[in-house]
Design a protein around this ligand. Structure first.
Ligand code: UD1
Ligand code: CA
Length: 454
């Protein structure tokens, strides 16, 4: 294996996206498309990765967290001109440079690896990743001689009728001998239909110099989709969704509806998990073994334990234990930590709170900025009054306490271990251990009054 380098072309404007968002930052299942390209290149062990940016350069730099070098292409004069911007960083390096587009997120690490290997094995100066497609319109065509050897690439707008009928196309991914690449780039002119400096001209330049130029043909037409508009984005999103979902299916996850389940690329799921339709799992989410998720559930950046059930709910940036039962229609907001065997029932909102093992908040409650111990039971309709209009305050409910229905806990307040709060109470003072607190107006029954009133 030679020294390997990569250049990602991402300076184009992406006008056909009709978007304020820079093209390569459009997300596919919550990851910017260019990040897929970077992830797929990583296993090929490239030593240096140079991204050519232009439009929206600052946003692209912010979005990419990996260690990559950026070079600026101020004016977009064509793909050869774009690669030239990496000259100062790469020119004199010995080895192989892969050039890829930032808008082809479906190309896999295996394909990148395969083209590198093929290129190095053939001792070629250039290897083009090509494929045969049903409709080649818009792509550069691969021109081969009678013996089948690659001669050159002709762009759509420069192709004659016979060339237009060729269905083997340039995917826009290439391996080059690095030094030969930068030498040939100096000879590229913009004498063509688009008056652009075409990277594709490097092929003919090398061929004419008697160098070995080859093509690695990939069978998978889906992989090479270049995203130029939102139709292609939708197609690519669907393909990526299916690809990710199939990985989970093979790992022993049941998806009730593979089309209607959206799982982000960084989500991990243990075996025997069942996912019902309409579920969206994104961010750094993990689902533990035998859990059941969905239908219509959204989970973002969460760690879910084993054998838990989460139905028709939204759960964000939280940790949920094992054997937990959440929903239907619960909202678990960020920084919540739920232990094992906890029940959070319908129409319950939990925010920035801890609910320890075996506690229950089963119906119609708001728990915010609270710490609940083990075995706590919060009755229907009870809420923590955590906000005084200026500041947030904490509620603590210690182990084995029982909060009667429709209780207001006006924070800051602590309910000590083993206490009992009468239904309908408004608690604004701490409750001692094992005490019964009643804080409501005593009932008065006035005999015969109802009859009189009517
Ligand atoms: C290019 C290829 C074509 C191939 C197709 C595959 C050339 C001349 N043609 O055409 O043979 O079939 O890709 O999708 O290379 N870019 C820059 N700076 C520029 C111009 C482009 O960074 O000055 C970037 C774009 O952001 C994009 C990539 O290069 O990521 C390809 O450019 P694009 O204009 O989309 O080329 P195509 O016309 O699709
Ligand atoms: Ca393109």
């Amino acid at each position: 294996m030679e020294n390997r380098y990569a250049v990602i072309l991402a300076a184009g404007q992406g006008t056909r996206m009709k978007s304020k968002l820079y093209k390569v930052l459009h997300p596919i299942l919550d990851r910017p498309m260019i990040q897929y390209v970077i992830e797929a290149l990583k296993p090929t062990n490239v030593e240096q990765l140079v991204t050519v940016v232009g439009h929206g350069a600052d946003e692209v730099k912010k979005a990419i967290h990996d260690e990559v070098d950026f070079v600026m292409q101020e004016e977009q004069l064509g793909t050869a001109h774009a690669v030239m911007q990496a000259e100062a960083l790469l020119e004199n390096k010995r080895g192989t440079t892969i050039v890829v587009c930032g808008d082809t997120p479906l190309i896999t690490a295996e394909t990148y690896q395969a083209i590198f290997d093929y290129h190095e094995e053939k001792g070629a100066k250039a290897t083009i990743l090509t494929t045969k497609v049903a409709n080649p319109v818009g792509y550069g065509r691969i021109i081969r001689d009678e013996t089948g050897h690659v001669e050159k690439i002709v762009e759509q707008k420069d192709a004659n009728e016979a060339e237009q009928r060729i269905n083997e196309i340039n995917t826009g991914t290439y391996c080059f001998d690095n030094e030969a690449l930068f030498a040939a780039l100096k000879q590229v002119s913009n004498d063509n239909a688009q008056e652009e400096y075409y990277l594709t001209d490097v092929i003919e330049i090398m061929k004419n110099a008697g160098e070995i130029v080859t093509a690695y043909v990939t069978e998978d037409e889906d992989e090479i989709i270049g995203i130029n508009d939102r139709v292609a984005l939708a197609t690519a999103s669907n393909l990526m969704k299916r690809r990710i979902n199939e990985i989970h299916l093979r790992n022993g996850v049941t998806l009730m509806d593979i089309e209607n389940t959206y799982i982000g690329p960084d989500v991990t799921i243990d075996s025997d998990v069942t996912i019902y339709p309409g579920t969206i799992l994104t961010g750094e989410t993990h689902i533990g073994a035998s859990s059941i998720i969905g239908p219509n559930t959204e989970i973002v950046d969460c760690h879910i334990g084993n054998n838990s059930l989460i139905r028709q709910s939204v759960v964000t940036n939280s940790k949920i234990g094992s054997n937990v039962n959440i929903g239907p229609f619960a909202h678990i907001r960020p920084e919540t930590n739920i232990g094992d065997e906890v029940r959070v029932g319908n129409f319950v909102e939990v925010k920035k709170s801890t609910i320890d093992n075996r506690s229950k908040v089963s119906h119609l409650s708001y728990i915010g900025d609270a710490i609940l111990g083990t075995n706590v039971n919060v009755g229907c309709g009870s809420i923590t009054v955590n906000y005084d209009g200026k500041n947030k305050h904490e509620t603590v409910i210690e182990d084995d306490s029982f909060i009667g229905c429709n209780t207001n806990l006006i924070a800051p307040v602590t309910v000590k271990k083993g206490s009992l709060i009468a239904a309908g109470s408004t608690i604004n003072e701490d409750v001692p251990e094992d005490a019964l607190a009643i804080a409501r107006t005593p009932q008065v029954n006035k005999e015969g009054y109802a009859k009189k009133f009517k």
